[in-house]
Design a protein around this ligand. Sequence first.
Ligand code: CP
Ligand code: NVA
Length: 325
Amino acid sequence: MCRQGGKAPEHTTKDTLMNHFLDIHTTSKSDLRQMIDTARAMKQARQSLPKGTPDADQPLAGQMVALIFEKPSTRTRVSFDVGVRQMGGQTMVLSGADMQLGHGETIADTARVLSRYVDLIMIRTFEEQTLHEMAEYASVPVINGLTNRTHPCQIMADIMTFEEHRGPIAGKKVVWSGDGNNVFASFAHAAGQFGFDITFTGPETLDPDDKLLRQVKSLGVDVTIERDPAQAVIGADLVVTDTWVSMHDPQSARERRHNQLRPYQVNSALMAQAKPDALFMHCLPAHRDDEATSEVMDGPNSVIFDEAENRLHAQKAIMRWCLGL
Ligand code: CP
Ligand code: NVA
């Protein structure tokens, strides 16, 4: 059984429930909540175990996971690899450029071939269309490890992190300062699914695109846009930023982006306008003292390394959900 994949798989080796994890807004609220709960329980269960030891439960025993990267990665690569091993499975990390995929083989053919070898595919790619084609033609679950448009695994870890520190995120105020990019898009999707308010503050030229704003409106989310960052963060429970130049952005735009985004740097003066216990998040990698100062990143309200750790736990829960385990 396959959910979200569009057409029926052309070949399947097992009759277990199969879910693709492609985006936050296309996954049900109850499944998202179940994944966060599972992630917290699995994290708790490992509390006293050394990092390299297997989990007591081995749901991925005998399973092979392909991790495909068409862009660089530290956290996504290592956290998926470690997570699969902790759950008893094996991984192969594949660079898109080294595969025939990078030399003209179609996504559809790649998906059908990989499905004959592996039990689960995680892909980090450029165009959203590539992810959707992979899911359409694969007969195993596909996980979105970041596209130019979204980064849902990151936001699952971020929701988990917020709730660990501050309790339920429903009804809270989240303020994004900077570029209206792929990580922002998944935060906006999550606002609908988890029921929090979201405010964007940044220059008009780097606003989230209309397609995203229309999409989240249909989820009942009205993104508040406020040009003045000091005004935007008033009452914020969480302040978030990200790099000013994403991996898919042309380097030629770097200087222009920096000039436009400098007023939106998250520094101590900006954090002082938010609630006193407002958390600070950044998905990393960061350019210290550009989008956020080291003072904020290393300050008492920063949870950036908890976010990075929780990628591991959240993705383990996502993989279990994908495989119906
Ligand atoms: N946050 C995140 O996805 O980091 P990587 O690019 O290192 O995977
Ligand atoms: N917006 C960033 C996120 C990196 C994890 C990028 O796409 O490069």
